[in-house]
Design a protein around this ligand. Structure first.
Ligand code: PLP
Length: 474
């Protein structure tokens, strides 16, 4: 494709006074990435990494949730921590989802959106809160909050006695990538005591929450958790409460979503049937945003074991035998584990590169989308995409730390060099929000798109944003 001569067209823009202001392009992520990379190649100066984010992919996740076996019953309280970009929050709010916030600033960010939800569309889902955060929730009218220990009850009694409390219980998370039970959740044996204390303090406990761990691999963990929640509902009865809320937390991934939601639906039929009148909410994070973000990085340096340097006579050495599992080439790119690839360290992810340019020429093949195996499976995406001539590469981040390794070994097409671009899909969850600027490397900016004029979801997203932008009600 010929590089554009003008700036990319802006299909929609909203609320210029608000930090959520974004320019929203109207093309597929693949087209947007290609357009920006092509412009960068022309300029030959700006090699900095960037994200392209497809808002319609977020809308599709909401649709997928609502069409699932639990979709009609379970309300989404999006886990803000996962990706708190104002544009993501704004779109989700317009789509009618609610929010799980874990801190005062997350609550304040959600409430100051141009499309701010009412405070009852927020649950403060952090069982161990600083006192000042509880006061902030009280001031802002955010009533629902979780607890899992006695000290939290005393704190809440003192600072916000009219809060609506949700008891976070411990469930089996042994098959999850990130095991949250190591830190949070009341073991069942402690629940009667906590509920008796809450009653004694005249606090209002309205229900039970759990989190099976982020990146849950075993649907039966959900079944077990719902069964445990039922037991705690019964304990609540004994303590004099009549709970009406079940919060099933997060942990969902697209690969296993159908299976998980079917198991949940069956468990609800058993333990919380429709006619029980129990309200059920969930706090999905990763499932909502992972596939929406693609990261584009450039190769800033490379190294080969046996590198011929043009015009320089090399001493003739016996060629060393390449150790098994070692790479032919080391690529250094401009994002690393101290930046958006912190998901490798904190979120136990394996990330998958695909070539955007080879030898300075744009590639034409788009990566498969969706689904990408987004966790815990090492695949060689370029091979899956049909590249035949490949070599073993290791991919490194830009900092001076050797821990900064993005992929230890992956088949990359031959012919890639310094200045070439590498794309990474499934980069929307727990990436940008936890990135540091260690060693002086900036966080990568995000370019937004509706997803492309041909996608029905994209048309809806564009119409929604445009309607909001021109609405006198906001
Ligand atoms: N809810 C709580 C309380 C969490 O701690 C988390 C993640 O850590 C989530 C929801 C979101 O989990 P996930 O992104 O796996 O859906």
């Amino acid at each position: 494709p010929t590089p554009p001569t003008t700036a990319p067209s802006v299909a929609s823009a909203y609320d210029e006074d608000h930090p959520a202001f974004v320019q929203v392009h109207d093309k597929s992520v693949h087209e947007l990435v290609q357009e920006i990379v092509a412009a960068r190649l022309q300029e030959d100066e700006d090699e900095s990494a960037f994200f392209a984010a497809d808002l319609s992919a977020i809308y599709q996740s909401v649709l997928e949730w609502r069409a699932s076996p639990i979709g009609e019953r379970v309300e989404i309280f999006y886990a803000t921590k996962c990706n708190p970009s104002p544009a993501v929050l704004h779109l989700l709010s317009l789509l009618g989802t609610s929010f799980d916030c874990a801190s005062a600033s997350e609550i304040n960010a959600v409430l100051s959106l141009p499309s701010a939800p009412s405070p009852d569309r927020i649950i403060f889902a952090n069982p161990c809160k600083p006192a000042s955060f509880i006061k902030n929730a009280a001031q802002k009218g955010v009533q629902m909050m979780t607890f899992d220990n006695a000290d939290e009850l005393y704190k809440i009694k003192r600072l916000y006695p009219t809060a609506k409390l949700v008891l976070r219980i411990l469930t089996d998370d042994s098959k999850s990538l990130c095991r949250l039970g190591l830190k949070f959740g009341a073991p069942l044996a402690t629940c009667p005591g906590l509920l008796a204390l809450a009653k004694q303090l005249d606090l209002s406990v309205i229900g039970v929450s759990f989190h099976v761990g982020s990146g849950c691999k075993d649907p039966m963990q959900f079944a077990d958790a719902v069964w445990r929640a039922r037991k705690v509902f019964d304990m609540g009865k004994q303590a004099g409460y009549d709970f009406d809320l079940l919060d099933i937390g997060g942990g969902f991934e697209s690969e296993t979503f159908q299976e998980m939601t079917q198991v949940l639906s069956d468990s609800f039929d058993l333990y919380f049937p429709e006619d029980s009148g129990i309200r059920i909410i969930a706090e999905p994070g990763r499932f909502m945003v992972s596939s929406a973000f693609t990261l584009a990085t450039s190769i800033i340096a490379s190294r080969r074991a046996q590198q011929a340097i043009e015009g320089v006579a090399q001493p003739v050495e016996e060629e060393e035998e390449k150790a098994e599992g070692s790479s032919d080439v080391m690529y250094y790119i401009n994002e690393g584990v101290y930046g958006s690839f912190n998901c490798i360290m904190f979120d136990h992810q394996i990330v998958h590169p695909h070539p955007l340019t080879i030898g300075g020429a744009l590639t034409t093949t788009a990566p498969p989308f969706p689904p990408l195996p987004n966790v815990a499976v090492e695949v060689d995406l370029p091979v899956q995409m049909g590249y035949k001539e490949t070599e073993k590469a290791s991919v490194w981040g830009p900092t001076c730390d050797s821990i900064d390794c993005v992929r230890q070994l992956v088949d990359m097409p031959k012919g890639m060099d310094v200045g070439d671009w590498v794309g990474w899909g499934e980069m929307g969850a727990y990436t940008l929000c936890a990135a540091s600027t260690f060693n002086g490397f900036d966080r990568s900016p995000v370019h937004w798109t509706t997803g492309g004029a041909s996608k029905p979801e994209a048309r809806f997203v564009k119409a929604l944003l445009d309607e909001f932008a021109s609405s006198s009600l906001r």
